[in-house]
Design a binder for this molecule. Structure first.
Ligand code: ARG
Length: 459
């Protein structure tokens, strides 16, 4: 039979496969609360502007609350024949309040309706990401504070570079996550304009008050161009882009955890809560959560690329292609929130192995740069020559299978006879990190300052 919303022009109903490809109710039912909030704001505005009688508007408003409670109680029969959340809600409203329900869609289209529903949903997800990131930043900050002056190896190319402090490494993630957070805050600010009232695409001849609905739904203002209002999915793309960058950051720490928790590194011990055993190898404690967190960017970036590809080349204004936006964003948002929660738990529960970190920091000739810098300061060598002298000393130590501080004074002098006993003071890792006091450097005093700064910011 013909459709109850537009049956007038149609002699027959859709093919069953058409219904299957066209219907979005299977996923857009997640927008029910936003859809009902948008409709209630619209109905109240229609009454305030005299477009609807207050009797009809009140019946609609009450009926919508009944629909809301039916859905929340799990008593709502979603119908694929009714295509999407908008028509499912409206159809049920008609059962409940009769013909007045048919007046709700005055001065509105599903095009501005879905635009407002989806914006409200994505806006909530920005808020969820912001609070999830705040919790994760606090977990990293607590780690930084506990081990502000613990020495560990710093790496480039995953090869020993220079000693750094645990606190400094933890705070590097706080910085990344703060930028992630500001990207969600920024996206939220930009998306906070209300498309409701753009109607199908051109606006409406009814004397609506878009400022009223925008305010009622917590938007800063109505959108200024009706064509753009129903075409725009930038807000979803910005959410996905910010999510992708954030998930990339999580994947980097996840990878570090996989490496650091291995028997060969033993830098950290992951809690039993975030690891799994093996069904065959009794000794195993696998960092599954970290591995999954390393993988999640694949999924979130996949959604991002999918939505860019869906939107690319779409002529204005709305096209049904855009219905494909929701599943991507839903999945990416669910993935990100779960990833943030898992990372927060894992970081909170992990324990750094201070002794192993310190031992490892001293290996791999990690203080070679300190030695070169000392040659510059104490002997006034040009840095390039100091680099060469130090390289020769490293080669000598390597040939004797010892570390730099194990070379005797005679051995040192055989490479450069200006070297004095004082050199040994710069070869220790503790002195090395203590000396890196430049702003943003790894010295414990600098790290303590940054910990204090972040504590003020995060409360
Ligand atoms: N289910 C649709 C979507 O998600 C709602 C908008 C439909 N508008 C239309 N003109 N067919 O995009």
């Amino acid at each position: 039979s013909a459709n109850q919303m537009w049956g007038g022009r149609f002699a027959s109903g859709p093919d069953a496969i058409m219904t299957a490809i066209n219907a979005s109710i299977g996923f857009d039912q997640r927008l029910y609360a936003q859809d009902i909030a948008g409709s209630r704001a619209h109905a109240a505005m229609l009454a305030a502007t005299g477009i609807l009688t207050s009797t009809d508007a009140e019946a609609i408003g009450e009926g919508l609350l009944t629909v809301l409670s039916e859905i929340e109680a799990g008593n709502f029969a979603f119908s694929t024949a009714l295509e999407d959340i908008h028509m499912n809600v409206e159809s049920r409203l008609k059962d409940l309040v009769g013909p007045a329900a048919g007046r709700l869609h005055t001065a509105r289209s599903r095009n501005d309706q879905v635009a407002v529903d989806f914006r409200l949903w994505v806006r909530d997800q920005c808020d969820a990401a912001i609070s999830g990131l705040t919790a994760l930043m606090k977990a990293f900050l607590a780690q930084a504070e506990a081990g502000a002056d613990w020495v560990m190896p710093g790496f480039t190319h995953l090869q020993t570079a220079q000693p750094v402090t645990w606190g400094h490494h933890m705070l590097a993630y706080v910085e990344m996550l703060a930028r992630d957070k500001s990207r969600f805050e920024d996206a939220r600010r930009r998306m906070n304009e209300c498309p409701l009232g753009a109607a199908a695409l051109a606006g409406t001849s009814f004397p609506i008050d878009r400022h009223m609905t925008a305010k009622a739904l917590g938007f800063d203002r109505p959108t200024a161009n009706s064509l753009d209002s129903v075409s725009d999915r930038d807000f979803a793309l910005e959410f996905l882009s910010a999510s992708s960058i954030c998930a990339m950051h999580l994947s980097r720490f996840a990878e570090e955890l996989v490496i650091w928790s291995s028997a060969q590194f033993r830098f950290v011990k992951l809690s039993d809560k975030w690891t799994t055993g093996s069904s065959i190898m009794p000794q195993k404690k696998n960092p599954d959560a970290a591995e999954l967190l390393r993988a999640k960017l694949g999924r979130i970036l996949g959604a991002t690329v999918a939505l860019f590809t869906i939107m690319k080349g779409l002529a204005l204004t709305y096209s049904k292609d855009m219905q494909e936006d929701k599943e991507q964003v839903f999945d990416a948002a669910d993935t990100l929130m779960l990833a943030l929660a898992a990372m927060t738990g894992m970081v909170g529960d992990m324990s750094a192995n201070r002794e192993v970190l310190a031992q490892s920091a001293a290996s791999g000739f990690s203080t070679a740069t300190d030695l070169a810098d000392w040659l510059v300061r104490a002997l006034n060598l040009p840095f390039r020559e100091a680099h060469h002298v130090t390289g020769t000393l490293v080669a000598l130590a390597e040939s004797k299978a010892c570390d730099l501080p194990d070379l005797s004074m005679t051995e040192m002098k055989s490479v450069h006879d200006g070297i004095t006993q004082e050199v040994y003071s710069v070869l220790g890792v503790e002195n090395s990190v203590r000396s890196r006091t430049s702003y943003g450097g790894t010295s414990p005093t600098r790290v303590a300052e940054q910990v204090a700064r972040w504590k003020t910011i995060l409360g």
